[in-house]
Design a protein around this ligand. Structure first.
Ligand code: PHE
Length: 451
């Protein structure tokens, strides 16, 4: 059998894993759900979810990957034995990767389209009233959606084809620093805007009256999504780690970077909105309608717009790479296929699964017809299914297995290997045993309307 691939360096792993975590979830979704939930208290609850639930699950996921050196299903088979029901947790991860990447790629495709529009000067000479129709017409166009979906999956496949260190790691080392620089440029601009102070107050002013139970649970679900937990992405990346890398230390760095980017993205978007007298609670259209309007009216907007949409594309790409890698590495492990064959098949299948999402805005079949049936179009159904059910279920499996089933010697050994943070072991295990499962079960009860 082929030797397992490994990361070239510790920094390479951290950048790749941070690349997986930092994505549309941080720049597109976090600001708009923060806006919808009134800011302040929601941000605090989100931070608590990240630290007390997300971080422990991340450590567990990476630990399962590193200790087994296998993709999700293989990892559970190694740990729990052939024929064990735990193996289904691995396959659930692969299924989640399919579901999420298929619609994620559609939003990433919109980002590519807006990058293209901004680079060709097509966003600057519109009047504000023209932006909503611009977004709506793109959303409704099967041709545009399918083309950009194909381009985006193609880019993702091109990186994954290169392998772990020469593909995933190499591109993460280029895209992530570029992403940080682009963010700093935009943040510097936001800082000069009149709306900056109001944005600080909105984000950090603690207004408990706005926070609802539903909002708190949304924060928890989003912590999973944003940290790429519960589908084996971190597990797969962890499987390329060597024995002497510090899992706890790396997880803290990845979590901190992910959270910093979500906050920074909000501190870019809200000052822009407030300066132009726009509302914070605008939902998913925030990034593709309101922000382009603001750029079109702002000094230097013609240059800032491509930086912003390029940032979205880079963030989405490094996340998509990790999702495709879950499937690719599972195909390689499961069938002894070459990376090329596994990547082409995985990418091709995900493209096909994404077609209904790409057509959700433009065809009755996947838009209004399905909506009549389940209350959501295809695209939204996939997002709902993945974020509220599949990722938390995967996270629950990972937490329960690691805390209650895993061999203590393996667990302890892998936690301590290379780590100076040994005193975290007990508290980590405690959180994983009790708080994490309870929190996840709360998400489920909420989703079925019981709490
Ligand atoms: N964390 C990514 C984001 O915030 C999405 C993602 C979820 C990536 C699950 C991989 C696995 O956009």
């Amino acid at each position: 059998m082929e030797q397992r691939a490994h990361w070239g360096s510790r920094l390479g792993f951290i950048l790749a894993a941070a690349g997986s975590a930092v994505g549309l979830g941080n720049i597109w979704k976090f600001p708009y759900i923060t806006g919808e939930n009134g800011g302040g208290a929601f941000v605090v609850v989100y931070l608590l979810c990240v630290m007390l639930v997300g971080l422990p699950v991340m450590v567990a996921e990476i630990l399962i990957g590193r200790s087994t050196q296998g993709s999700p299903a293989r990892a559970f088979r190694t740990l729990a034995g052939k024929g064990s029901p735990w193996i289904s947790m691995g396959w659930l991860g692969v299924a989640s990767a399919f579901v999420i990447l298929s619609y994620y790629s559609v939003v990433a495709g919109w980002s590519l389209h807006f990058t293209y529009l901004s680079l060709t000067g097509n966003l600057v000479n519109l009047v504000p009233a023209e932006f909503e129709p611009l977004f709506e017409s793109m959303y409704a166009s099967p041709g545009l959606n399918l083309t950009w979906h194909a381009v985006f999956i193609g880019l993702t496949m091109a990186v994954v084809l290169g392998g772990v260190s020469k593909g995933v790691e190499r591109w993460s080392r280029i895209l992530m620093p570029a992403l940080f620089v682009m963010m700093l440029i935009l943040l510097a601009k936001a800082f000069t805007l009149d709306g900056f102070d109001r944005a600080v107050d909105f984000m950090f002013g603690f207004r408990t009256d706005k926070l609802t139970g539903a909002g708190a649970l949304e924060a928890l679900g989003h912590a999973f999504f944003s940290l790429s937990l519960g589908m084996g992405a971190m597990l797969t990346y962890g499987s390329y780690l060597r024995k002497d890398d510090d899992i706890m230390g790396a997880s803290i760095t990845i979590t901190a970077l992910d959270t910093a980017v979500a906050i920074a993205a909000s501190m870019i978007l809200f000052p822009i909105l407030f300066t132009h007298n726009m509302e914070a609670a605008q939902g998913p259209g925030l990034v593709f309608i309101s922000i382009p309007i603001a750029f079109s009216q702002m000094a230097g907007g013609a240059y800032l717009a491509p930086i912003f949409f390029g940032l979205l594309v880079f963030a989405a790409l490094t996340s998509a790479i990790s999702m495709l890698e879950v499937t690719t590495s599972s195909f390689i492990d499961g069938n002894s296929w070459s990376r090329k064959k596994a990547t082409l098949l995985a990418g091709g299948l995900i493209f096909l699964v994404g077609i209904p999402s790409a057509l959700s805005g433009g065809t009755a079949l996947f838009g209004s017809n399905i909506e009549g049936l389940v209350g959501k179009n295809w695209f939204d159904s996939f997002d709902y299914l993945a974020t509220n059910w599949m990722l938390p279920l995967g996270g629950l499996g990972i937490a329960v297995y690691t805390a209650w089933r895993m061999n203590e010697a393996i667990r302890h050994d892998h936690f301590l290997a290379g780590s100076k943070l040994r005193h975290f072991y007990k508290i980590w295990l405690l959180l994983l045993k009790f708080l994490v499962p309870v929190a996840i079960i709360l998400i489920f009860l909420h989703a079925i309307g019981l709490v």
